[in-house]
Design a protein around this ligand. Structure first.
Ligand SMILES: Nc1ncnc2c1ncn2[C@@H]1O[C@H](COP(=O)(O)OP(=O)(O)OP(=O)(O)O)[C@@H](O)[C@H]1O
Ligand SMILES: O=P(O)(O)O[C@H]1[C@H](O)[C@H](O)[C@H](OP(=O)(O)O)[C@@H](OP(=O)(O)O)[C@@H]1O
Ligand SMILES: [Mg+2]
Ligand SMILES: [Mg+2]
Length: 350
């Protein structure tokens, strides 16, 4: 597990590759196919992820990307070593599940069942508060939250019974990639909850100084970036303000936050042992290799963090140096498959 920090900050571990002896095709400088990756992505995701630099670097390493025709049977396409996918809707879920049963030799990134779990904001965070992260230089919490499935008019009593404290962040219960599933509201009082449309999750707002940590995970690599977030809510505001207020996607900025003008107590990155422990636990529990974690530091604390969101196959194109991170990741998959003798095309001495 390797935690890499933002550019300009030390990497604590450099990937220890002993290099590889590769048989070059004398006819061309490009290497023989080492890994064939079939991809099924939305056009937006293809544009943001499969950028030309990644494709060129990958090709030089014998890694090729092949677009999957969603109108043809998947088993009639390929053969693939890896299927990389992120599409909307559930029909693709069944296609991939069926394909994986027929092609256990293909690495599916990532298994649909594992993805479904984090597409529900309740199951997404289930069990995180019980992680065994002792000796990891910090604490991981999850905000108190409750699900409102049908009727928000009665949720005022439910909120009181659950002991949730306002303000609350109201989030659509299901994440489906649509803009609607990212429409979030800040609710300041019980009565205003009736204005909200279920099914949703009501999650206690945690003051965190306006900075969020996006922890990107690519297999065993962890890359942390800072993003702008919502400002603290003062006690005066809590007393005076009533109603629900939709807020924009404050943290999905294209660029990270430059930390120079931030309070170091707010901007300091989470401790590496804590990130490594959290990602190790989540990798095991979620069964995912491509995800990011939205973490916030409880305002006034040094080492109490809250996980508020987990995203499958996020916007890696915004992650500094993402091309090399993915090349290393795919080469690792190729190595593992060669060792098992599972690669679609061989001819490469590792
Ligand atoms: N419990 C919370 N306490 C404080 N701020 C929060 C909380 N939940 C969400 N936020 C703020 O709202 C933003 C969006 O929340 P969240 O990440 O859960 O929504 P999302 O739609 O899944 O966003 P995305 O998937 O684009 O990261 C967070 O980046 C953070 O700024
Ligand atoms: O800034 P990031 O990379 O976190 O933005 C992500 C966002 O977190 C979600 O993962 C989005 O996916 P959905 O939740 O499925 O909407 C990503 O959108 P995508 O179109 O790139 O998959 C954002 O990039
Ligand atoms: Mg988020
Ligand atoms: Mg999200």
């Amino acid at each position: 597990m390797r935690v890499e920090e933002e550019e300009g900050e030390e990497d604590n571990m450099v990937p220890q590759t002993d290099g590889e002896v590769v048989a070059l095709d004398t006819a061309s400088s490009e290497q023989k196919e080492r890994l064939v990756i079939g991809y099924a992505l939305t056009s937006k995701k293809k544009q943001s992820f499969l950028q030309p630099k990644l494709e060129v670097l990958a090709r030089k390493k014998g890694i090729s990307f092949v677009s999957i025709d969603q109108d043809k049977p998947l088993s009639e396409q390929g053969p693939f070593d890896v299927v990389l996918h992120k599409l909307l809707g559930n029909e693709w879920h069944d296609v991939i599940e069926d394909y994986q049963k027929k092609h256990p030799e293909v690495t599916v990134l990532d298994p649909p069942g594992a993805i479904q779990r984090i597409y529900n904001r309740q199951s997404m965070l289930q069990g995180l508060a019980d992680l065994n992260l002792a000796e990891c230089d910090g604490m991981i919490c999850v905000p108190k939250q409750m699900v409102v499935l049908h009727d928000t008019t009665s949720s005022a009593n439910e909120v009181a019974k659950a002991g949730l404290k306002f303000p609350l962040v109201a989030k659509p219960l299901l994440v489906d990639g649509t803009a609607k599933s990212h429409q979030l509201f800040l609710a300041y009082d019980c009565l205003s909850l009736a204005e909200l449309e279920p099914p949703l999750v009501l999650q206690e707002f945690v003051n965190h100084g306006g900075v969020l940590f996006k922890v990107f995970v690519v297999g065993d690599v962890i890359r942390v970036v800072r993003r702008f977030s919502l400002p603290n809510v003062s006690n005066v505001e809590k007393e005076k303000v009533a109603g629900v207020f939709q807020f924009p996607r404050v943290s999905s900025a294209a660029a990270s936050v430059d930390k120079t003008d931030l309070d170091p107590r707010v901007a300091e990155l989470p401790p590496k042992p804590l990130l490594e422990g959290l990602v190790r636990e989540l990798r095991n529990r979620l069964g995912l290799r491509l995800f990011n974690i939205d973490m916030i530091r409880e305002h006034g604390s040094q080492d109490v963090f809250y996980v508020i969101d987990i995203n499958y196959f996020p916007g890696y194109g915004k992650m500094p140096d993402y091309e090399q991170v993915f090349i290393d990741f795919f080469l690792g998959l190729a190595q593992a498959k060669h060792e098992k003798g599972l690669c679609v095309k061989s001819g490469i001495e590792m």
